[in-house]
Design a binder for this molecule. Sequence first.
Ligand SMILES: [Cu+2]
Length: 69
Amino acid sequence: MTTKITYSIPNISCGHCVHTIQSELIELAGIKSVVADQNTKMTTIEYEAPANEEKIKALLASIDYPVAG
Ligand SMILES: [Cu+2]
């Protein structure tokens, strides 16, 4: 089962941020796709087990792109 989720990540400010988020997240087991947008600061992720929201949010926080809220 694939889950699709969209997060607001306020620290996204340029194409480098987009690249960093996409390249780091795709390395996490279970991540199927990552699309980050520097204009909306939204990132849409498709994932399945063993990935989960807790792991995704922890990874994003560890690279200084914490999820809003
Ligand atoms: Cu940037």
